[in-house]
Design a protein around this ligand. Structure first.
Ligand code: ADP
Ligand code: MG
Length: 441
């Protein structure tokens, strides 16, 4: 086969064709030709020097591998330009590397790697990932909704960041709905509406955060509607987030509601205990701080419905421990977070607690707060006392009075017993967590 560069290169190309996208093959390989093959060195002719740079930079590994596979030994591949003028071919869209990327507003830290997936957000995360990988091909628009601090903005940036790493030159742009409006108002004032329209209508992916802000704002809705149509019509990806589903956004025009529902609407719910623990671990790992397990458990068990607050508690803990030069342990953590957690107490009504506990254990309220010592209500009653102590600032004595006039040592005993069960029994812990989250979200 020695010296038959032409046929060797043709064999190599056949294999390459299976390995690279069709468009790239057409652009970079279809105009090449094997010139000679001597002493283990294959010379390939390419149209101009630009190809040499490109092939060496992007395809040398794959070429070497393929050539060794074909010949069962290593060879050297080099390129020779047919024409010394550097004429840049029309590269496949995804490959234009040196184009200056427009400003994206994306936050680097918000990635899929840093996003912990749990039951509460797995559907939203999977949809987000699918959209990032194949923009405008899967779910368009993608509408993500959920309560405050549950990761909507994070997921949205993750879509943008990941998508841009895959398609380097796609024009991705993130903007909160409120800012979008400010820009629009500014453009109208300064007679720059054409620029404004062009900016948004030439994107490949538009990420609009907190779109519930649109409710009541008629002119903003109008502009979003047209932007939506332009992008959607040109098969560009749109992602929006909101604190509630499209239909619940007050005064949102029907035509926008229906458009938001064209694609996929997904929600994010409050995280369960395991997810909260995983998030705290991930954050401390990212910030390179060492937090003992029992402290993580304590925080996760006391901050239940907002991931931003989970993070806030870590920041607080870290700040205080470095200020006072003390190590982070359960005692300091309890002290430091006390006021933080304490703020949340007292918003919950006894009536609601009793209702949820009786529903959950399927016992009657009379039995729960009654004087009888029936065994079947002992545990529900202790749980009731525990929750009252956790979520309100009632004293032990006051709690005892609410539960059939029992004395404070009984309440303390119940509290300690349930606390211990929560620590020792994962299933039980999840149950209590569920009850409490229901109450506070
Ligand atoms: P939202 O936009 O829903 O109000 P954010 O996306 O701003 O919430 O999230 C609040 C904070 O919690 C952010 O710092 C974010 O990184 C973090 N966060 C939320 N969900 C997760 C998750 N699943 N994994 C890791 N961090 C999360
Ligand atoms: Mg947000």
């Amino acid at each position: 086969m020695e010296d038959n560069g032409f046929s060797l290169w043709t064999q190599i190309l056949e294999k390459i064709k299976e390995k690279v996208p069709e468009q790239s093959f057409k652009t970079w390989f279809s105009t090449t030709k094997g010139l000679s093959f001597t002493d283990g060195s294959l010379i390939v002719e390419v149209p101009n020097p630009f190809y040499i740079d490109w092939l060496e930079e992007h395809y040398l590994n794959i070429l070497n591998e393929t050539a060794s596979a074909v010949l069962k030994r290593k060879i050297k591949i080099s390129f020779k330009a047919n024409n010394l003028e550097t004429i840049r071919p029309e590269p496949a869209l995804k490959e234009i590397v040196s184009f200056p990327s427009p400003k994206t507003n994306l936050r680097e830290r918000y990635t899929f790697e840093n996003f912990i997936v749990g039951k509460c957000n797995q559907f939203a995360q999977a949809a987000a990932l699918a959209v990032a990988k194949a923009p405008a091909k899967t779910y368009n628009p993608l509408f993500i909704y959920g309560g405050v601090g549950l990761g909507k903005t994070h997921l949205m940036h993750a879509i943008g960041n990941y998508s841009q790493s895959l398609y380097r030159n796609s024009r991705v742009f993130y903007i909160p709905a409120e800012k979008f409006m400010n820009e629009m108002v500014y453009a109208i004032k300064n007679q720059e509406t054409l620029e404004f329209k062009n900016k948004y209508r030439n994107l490949d992916m538009l990420l609009i955060d907190d779109i519930h802000f649109l409710g009541d704002k008629v002119s903003l809705q109008e502009e979003i509607f047209h932007t939506f149509n332009a992008l959607y019509g040109a098969q560009k990806q749109i992602v929006v987030t909101s604190d509630r589903p499209p239909r619940d956004i007050p005064s949102l025009e029907e035509r926008l509601i229906s458009r938001f529902q064209w694609g996929l609407v997904v929600d994010i719910q409050t995280p369960d205990l395991e997810t909260r623990i995983a998030i705290l671990k991930k954050k401390s790992e990212l910030d390179e701080i060492n937090i003992p397990e029992d402290v993580i458990f304590y925080i996760a068990n006391n901050i239940r419905t907002n991931i931003r607050e989970l993070e806030g508690s870590l920041v607080r803990l870290l700040a205080l421990s470095s200020l006072t030069n003390s190590e982070i342990n359960l005692t300091t953590a309890k002290e430091m977070l006390n006021s933080f957690i304490g703020d949340k107490k007292n918003r919950i009504k006894l009536k609601d607690i009793l209702k949820i506990v009786t529903d959950f254990f399927d016992v009657s309220e009379e039995a729960l707060i009654g004087k009888r010592r029936t065994a079947s209500v002992a545990l529900p009653r202790q749980v009731g006392m525990y929750i009252l102590r956790e979520l309100t600032s009632l004293s032990l004595k006051e709690i005892g009075l609410k539960f059939g006039g029992r004395d404070h040592t009984t309440v303390l005993h119940a509290y300690d017993k349930i606390s211990k069960m929560i620590k020792d029994d994962k299933d039980f812990c999840n149950k209590i967590d569920k009850i409490i989250r229901k109450l506070i979200s």
